[in-house]
Design a protein around this ligand. Structure first.
Ligand SMILES: NC(=O)C1=CN([C@@H]2O[C@H](COP(=O)(O)OP(=O)(O)OC[C@H]3O[C@@H](n4cnc5c(N)ncnc54)[C@H](OP(=O)(O)O)[C@@H]3O)[C@@H](O)[C@H]2O)C=CC1
Ligand SMILES: CC(=O)N[C@@H](CCC(=O)OP(=O)(O)O)C(=O)O
Length: 349
C-alpha cells in the first residue's frame, strides 16, 4: 500500500483526491490536514465519502506525521508547498504539488506573477512538470512533481501536436477559455457567490492571468522557439469543467496539409495516451462528457480552405485539471497501473 498524506484536505481538490483515492486498489490516505477543521471526521464533512474513510480525521499540518508517508499531495494555496516540500524530500517522502509553486522554471518570473518571493528556488532544478503526455519517463523517477494548472492542461494538450511538429505559426496563438466556479476553490469569494456567478458569463484577468507564463513556457519548449499567446479566461455558470477554444494558423510550409492529415497527427500523437481522447473530425466535445473523468477530450476543425486550425479541448478542472492528474502522476511514480483509481467515465446528462 502506498501511504498518502494530503495537505489541504478540505478544499475542492482535496476532497476530489479523497473521492478518487477511495477506489484506488493500492493506496491508503494516512494523514489529511486542515487547520480550520482539525478533529473533524472526513466523512462528517463530506457525506459522499461516508463508508470510505470512517477512521480518518483532519489534523493540523505536522511535518513528522506527513514525513511518515510515502507521498504527500499539496492541495493548498500558492506558497504552502514552498515552505514544507524541502523537509519532506529530505525525509525521503515524495511530493506532488497541485499548486503553482514549482510550475515555472524561473523563480523571479514566479515572484512577479504570484506577488510574493519564491520560497524554495533551490528545489526548482529537480521539480518535474507533471504532464504525463510529455514527461512520463521523468515522472517515473521524480521526487517532486508540479501538477500543471487546469487551463494549461487543456491548452497544452490541445496544441502540443502542432507545435512539436513545427506545423503552425508560433505568434498570434489564441486561447479562448471557459471555466466553472469550482476553479476558484472553496473559500468564500464574492465572484463565486450564486448571485454573482449564476446566469451570467464574464471574462476575467484578460491578458494577465497567471497561467499565461506557464502555458507559454511549455509551448515554447515544444516549439523550440518563443510562442506569442493571447489567453482570455471566462467564468461560466457551471460547477466543473474547462472548455478551451484554440486558434492557430498553419505556417507557410504546411498550408497544404489536409484535414485527414491533421486528424491523423493528433490520433498518432495520443495513440498510447490513456487520458487523451481524440474525437472524429469536426466534433464538439462537451464539458459534461469529462465530468468526473481523468480525460482531455479534443475535437479538430478548420474552416474550409483556410489555414486556421481550431482545436476544442475539454477537461474537468478538478480531475485531469488537478486531482486526477496528480494521482496519474503518483501511479507513474510508484509503478502502478497509470489509471488506478481513475477509470470513471464522464457524467452525462
Ligand atoms: N480548484 C481547481 O479547479 C484547481 C485548483 N488548483 C490549485 O490547487 C490548490 C488547491 O485548490 P482548491 O482545492 O481549489 O483550494 P481551496 O481553497 O478549496 O482549499 C485550500 C485548502 O488548503 C488549506 N490551506 C489553506 N491555507 C493553508 C496553509 N497556509 N497551510 C496549510 N493548509 C492550508 C485549506 O484548509 P485550512 O485552511 O483549513 O487549513 C484547504 O483545505 C490551489 O493552489 C489551486 O490553485 C489547481 C488546479 C485546479
Ligand atoms: C474560476 C477561477 O478563479 N479559476 C481559477 C483557476 C486557476 C487555478 O485553479 O489555479 P492553479 O491551477 O494555478 O493552481 C483562476 O482563474 O484563477
Amino acid at each position: 500500500m502506498i501511504k498518502i498524506g494530503i495537505v489541504g484536505g478540505t478544499g475542492y481538490t482535496g476532497v476530489e483526491l479523497l473521492r478518487l483515492l477511495a477506489s484506488h486498489p493500492n493506496a491508503q490516505v494516512e494523514v489529511i490536514t486542515s487547520r480550520s477543521e482539525a478533529g473533524v471526521g472526513v466523512a462528517e464533512m463530506y457525506p459522499n465519502l461516508r463508508g470510505h474513510y470512517s477512521n480518518l480525521f483532519f489534523t493540523e499540518p505536522d511535518v513528522a506525521l506527513l514525513a511518515a508517508c510515502d507521498v504527500v499531495f499539496f492541495a493548498t494555496p500558492h506558497g504552502v508547498a514552498h515552505a514544507l516540500a524541502g523537509e519532506l524530500l529530505d525525509a525521503g517522502t515524495r511530493v506532488i504539488d497541485l499548486s503553482a509553486d514549482f510550475r515555472l522554471n524561473n523563480a523571479e518570473e514566479w515572484a512577479e506573477w504570484y506577488g510574493q518571493p519564491h520560497g524554495a528556488p533551490e528545489l526548482l532544478k529537480e521539480s518535474v512538470y507533471g504532464l504525463p503526455e510529455i514527461a512520463r519517463e521523468e515522472i517515473k523517477t521524480a521526487r517532486l512533481i508540479a501538477v500543471p494548472g487546469c487551463y494549461p492542461t487543456a491548452v497544452e494538450l490541445g496544441l502540443l501536436p502542432l507545435f512539436e511538429k513545427g506545423l503552425v505559426e508560433t505568434q498570434g496563438v489564441i486561447a479562448d477559455c471557459k471555466t466553472g466556479v469550482s476553479g476558484a476553490g472553496r473559500g468564500a469569494k464574492v465572484p463565486s457567490l450564486f448571485c454573482e456567478a449564476a446566469e451570467s458569463i464574464k471574462a476575467y484577468a484578460v491578458g494577465n492571468h497567471r497561467h499565461h507564463p506557464e502555458i507559454t513556457q511549455e509551448l515554447t519548449k515544444a516549439a523550440g522557439q518563443p510562442v506569442g499567446l493571447t489567453f482570455v479566461p471566462h467564468l461560466l455558470p457551471m460547477i466543473r469543467g474547462i472548455h478551451a477554444t484554440l486558434y492557430v494558423r498553419l505556417n507557410t510550409a504546411n498550408q497544404g496539409l489536409t484535414d485527414a492529415e491533421l486528424q491523423e497527427l493528433f490520433e498518432m500523437r495520443y495513440k498510447n495516451e490513456p487520458s487523451v481522447d481524440i474525437m472524429p473530425w469536426n466534433s464538439c466535445p462537451e464539458t459534461r462528457s469529462v465530468r468526473g473523468a481523468n480525460v482531455c477530450r479534443i475535437g479538430l476543425h478548420r474552416p474550409q480552405g483556410s489555414d486556421l486550425v481550431i482545436v476544442l479541448a475539454v477537461i474537468d478542472n478538478l480531475v485531469k485539471g488537478a486531482s486526477g492528474q496528480a494521482i496519474q502522476n503518483m501511479n507513474i511514480m510508484f509503478g502502478q497501473d497509470e489509471l488506478a483509481g481513475l477509470t470513471y467515465a464522464g457524467l452525462m446528462p
